[in-house]
Ligand binder design. Sequence first.
Ligand SMILES: [Zn+2]
Length: 263
Amino acid sequence: MMAPEILILATTFAAGSIVGSFVALVADRWPRGEPWAAARSRCRSCDRPLGPAQLVPLISYAMQRGRCAWCRAPLPADLWLTEVGGGVVALLALGTGGSGIYESGMALFGWAMFGWALFGWALVLLALLDARHFWLPDAITLPLIVLGLVAAAVVPQPDLLARASGAALGWGGLEALRQIWRRARGHEALGGGDPKLLGAIGAWLGLSALPAVVLIAALGGLGWAAIQALRGRPAGGMTPIPLGTMLALAALVVLGWPRIQMV
Ligand SMILES: [Zn+2]
């Protein structure tokens, strides 16, 4: 690999991890109703503001050994996980600047790249919110559906028909399943946000990607339940599984699959 290529990859990852840091901030503050755009980052334990050096993702985390510089309270592990996730999303989007997913060849940067990166970062945010709060806000999922359809104008693959049918069948199919389950069992097995998220994934990845997304999400859910059982928590029907987290992570795997194969 050439030195300029390494520089481009490193810069892209660093830029993505800064967005990941912001995603972690939003995921932390939004559910508590705090303003997330205005105030500076603060330690969640001692409430002291973090200095500029502490705002550099990952490096500052590693230098502080995962602790607040003031009160030594451990910083949550999902902070650096989200920063890594944001960087990985940027790397996945790199090289998608031309037409469909990784078909462009030379066009490293372009509107398509920013579109895919935006989709990926939104998935990371939704995965975090659903894992922590079982919450997939309409304010993210619904605009994501619209953006996915609009993106067909800039990104030819998947085309508008594939995106529209993916959105309709993703949302409609899972919503139908949710209603049937509720009538048959008398309780909610799925949140109302899960069908909208699958609709958004369909609007971006197209109809043909949905079976793989659902299969990987189901396997992820089984794995998650197994981990809970190993930790001694009841694995019966009472342990809720954050399906939205599984769907979002599965969509990232499917989005990145052509890129992973190229490495
Ligand atoms: Zn602190």
